[in-house]
Write a protein that binds this ligand. Structure first.
Ligand code: NAP
Length: 289
């Protein structure tokens, strides 16, 4: 029987733990505050920002949304990031993507001090992760690990295959798997015979950003499958009507019957990612002097 990895329930457990810790932090005078910077008016970023604010407030974390106009200059944006970095009342900072054309997201993220980098995107945090040191790990990679550990608590010596090598998901995910003593293979667009690798996986973690890339031909029975991909696609439903659906990088209907356990999309890694952001925020608040 395939086990469905329920991201909503994993996220609820993490959020409860976070809420308890927020209460403790407040008693010690360290109320956590997450500052989210949004530049311009990207509708997806705005919708994510609103949902993030609701999640933060539900666990007692103060959420400050700093909205800057699309015409903000690189100097003005940098100055706002620096103000937040220096503000002792702010425990965590994140930058909503995308940022408008002339601005450089990487340059702005680099201004976030490692101890306030709750998305784990700064070179300092990624470096600490690579060194096997304590770091604020990138939320999506950490969420994929939480989903995996929900069904495979001990990863020691297991064969893990990661599809994707982006700096923000695939690479840190491989580093987290290594830190958990898994044996890791990392695949990307130049990998030859992808299925040869994915079929050798005991645990297959897919962060390719390619809707439906992984099908039955890529998976052997008994694999644990974690699908990080999220895509809005238009499909024709049973009544011949055009509908919009959220799908992953994995063809769920084909792969689920083979898998020992699998994350659905939506309802898998996504909700856990938000919970990891909240968890990183309280870790940041607890560490700040
Ligand atoms: P990305 O920057 O586009 O990176 C995709 C990676 O997958 C690249 O390393 C690419 O290889 C590799 N890849 C693409 N097509 C491939 C193929 N056909 N075969 C093998 N490898 C392939 O994407 P990302 O930012 O890492 O995000 C990955 C997915 O996760 C996206 O669908 C994104 O929407 C989703 N996501 C979900 C969450 C969440 O909370 N659930 C959060 C963030 C992202 P190359 O390096 O060779 O180009």
């Amino acid at each position: 029987m395939t086990r469905l990895i329920d991201g909503k329930s994993i996220a609820a457990t993490i959020k409860q733990r976070v809420a308890d810790e927020v209460a403790q932090l407040k008693k010690r005078g360290r109320a956590p505050c997450l500052a989210a910077v949004m530049i311009g008016d990207d509708p997806a970023a705005a919708s994510y920002a609103r949902s993030q604010a609701r999640h933060a407030e539900a666990v007692g974390i103060e959420h400050r949304l700093i909205e800057l106009p699309a015409r903000t200059s690189p100097e003005q944006a940098a100055a706002r990031m620096d103000e937040l970095a220096a503000n002792p009342a702010v425990s965590g900072i994140m930058l909503h993507l995308p940022v408008p054309g002339p601005l450089d997201a990487f340059a702005l993220q680099q201004r976030i001090p490692a101890h306030k980098d709750v998305e784990g995107v700064s070179p300092a945090n990624l470096g600490l992760l690579a060194l096997g040191r304590e770091a604020l790990a990138p939320c999506t990679a950490a969420a994929a690990m939480e989903c995996l550990r929900a069904v495979t608590p001990d990863l020691t010596g297991r064969n893990a295959v990661v599809v994707g090598r982006s700096a923000i998901v695939g690479k840190p995910l491989a580093m987290l798997l290594l830190a958990a003593n898994a044996t890791v293979t990392q695949c990307h667009t130049r990998t030859r015979n992808l299925a040869d690798h994915t079929r050798a996986a005991e645990m297959l973690l897919v962060a390719a950003g390619a809707a439906g890339l992984i099908g039955a031909e890529h998976v052997v029975p008994g694999t644990v499958v974690i699908d990080v991909g999220t895509h809005r696609v238009t499909v024709i439903d049973a009544n011949g009507l055009e509908v919009t659906r959220t799908v992953g990088d994995v063809r769920f209907d084909e792969v689920a019957p083979l898998a020992a356990a699998i994350t659905p999309v939506p309802g898998g890694v996504g909700p856990v990612t938000v919970a990891m952001l909240l968890q990183n925020t309280i870790r940041a608040a607890a560490r700040q002097k």
